[in-house]
Design a binder for this molecule. Structure first.
Ligand SMILES: [Zn+2]
Length: 156
């Protein structure tokens, strides 16, 4: 192998990250493009690890919009997902199902049972009222419930 090929050869197996479009950061435009408004917030791109470049074969291992693959995963787990490790992909699938279930529960409680976002948050926090972070976590959850309601309302 020639000297130059040794240095640059590897680069040919990399391409621009399809999640963040090479920025290294996922922003709201990326989140909307990938339809993850209820699952992600802006931050460092976990698909490319912030480098803006990914291995050419990555999409065979894990889709660009895999909800579970976010930057606050442990690095070992992130690598397992990117390498298409079956156990890690299964954990990702379960995580996706749990979030989808939560979104469906919130939608039902609001649109079918006519509960407000505050009532829905109180329902999910039953038994957790004694926790120190109760008020702030409940408020975060209320905000989340409202974004679910907005998103679902805009779809119909
Ligand atoms: Zn990226």
């Amino acid at each position: 192998m020639s000297f130059l090929k040794k240095i640059f050869g590897n680069n040919q197996s990399f391409k621009e990250c399809p999640r963040c479009l090479g920025k290294g950061q996922v922003d709201w435009a990326d989140i909307e493009r990938l339809n993850q408004e209820l699952k992600w917030i802006p931050g460092t791109c976990a698909y490319c690890g912030g480098s803006g470049k990914v291995d050419n074969g990555i999409e065979d291992n894990v889709p660009v919009d895999a909800s579970y693959l976010v930057i606050n995963l442990q690095e070992d787990e992130r690598k397992s997902i990117i390498n298409g490790h079956p156990d890690a992909l299964e954990r990702g699938k379960q995580f996706d199902e749990e979030i989808d279930t939560l979104i469906n529960q919130i939608s039902y409680l609001h649109f079918e049972a006519n509960l407000t976002s505050i009532q829905i948050a109180k329902f999910f926090f039953i038994g957790k009222e004694d926790s120190n972070s109760y008020e702030s976590e409940k408020q975060d959850f209320i905000n989340y419930v409202e974004s679910v309601i907005q998103k679902k309302a805009s779809k119909d």
